[in-house]
Design a binder for this molecule. Sequence first.
Ligand code: PMV
Length: 352
Amino acid sequence: MARFINLRELAQTTTGWHYQVRAPSNIALIKYWGKKAAQLPCNPSLSMTLAQAYTQSDFDVTRAQKEGELEFLLEGHKKSGFDSKALKLWQLICSKYPELLNYNIRIDTRNTFPHGAGIASSASGMAALALGLLALVGESDLKVISSFARLGSGSACRSLYPNFALWGQSEISAASSDDYACEYPEYHADFSQLRDAIVIVSGEEKSVSSSQGHDLMKTHPYGQRRFEVARQNLKTLSAALKSGDWNSFIEVVEREAFELHSLMMTGTPSYTLMTPATLDFIIRFRKWRDQAQVKAAFTLDAGPNIHVIHAASEAKRVQVWLETLIAEGFSARTLFDHMGAGAYIIAGGESL
Ligand code: PMV
């Protein structure tokens, strides 16, 4: 778990402090799509935390002579546009913890997964940033860290937690809140150690940003109904997770993926994020899955790539089927991931 760095400890060092933060991405099973006010969700969402797909950020902190500054790099380089969200989050955190302005902070960040793979880098990136900055002020309350991560990117608030995370007020858990995510610990052993085979049918950057997508929901003719249905889907999923009901899990997870994409298609403007390859894959996958009785469900993020969420006991069958499909000519790349432990700080030390 996180080791929290104390500014008093830092002040005693002459050259500065270095530490690393690691935060994973997550894939939503019940989708957050539509927001209000300060990045608050219109419906609750539930996600699976990934393990191999993570952001790692190197923090270098030194005492500032004047007002402290933030320098934000991607793999050692400045990338325009990329740092504006980070700067905004830093400013928000500084407004609550002004002592942070006594420090110059340089953050160099990298992702273990490629761009355009259907893995949300804003979720892992903003979770790493919130955790790393708040560690400096000794803030160790995950609810506080999660609520700041949320302000960076909604889905980031779920990336701090292990296994399943729930964000948004819901009757399925008294611990749930719109302000922050919490761990969702009630699930059958059959759903522990879940795997995710990510099938990349297109490596292109997202054609629609999630902000555009969320905006679409403000005037969407099915908007209000969707928020009700998402609540219902969450209840169904939660019951399936508790009882170990794979049939119900598959039904609701796949319906959620299609609801997200249908909303995009029926919005104004209308967006199609699936490609022919996405549908081709889904049709073949469902046929095999149903015939072979595999504990596996597909889901989609706001893009064309597919996540095949499956039981740990099915990992070999899924891998062999995917390899055969690709060997027979289906054009895709695969990444294999699994349920992870959430975000943490890798203990640092005094800079040399
Ligand atoms: O966190 P945002 O604003 O990038 O929105 C994420 C939206 C989805 O990835 C499509 C769904 C979700 O709940 O993660």
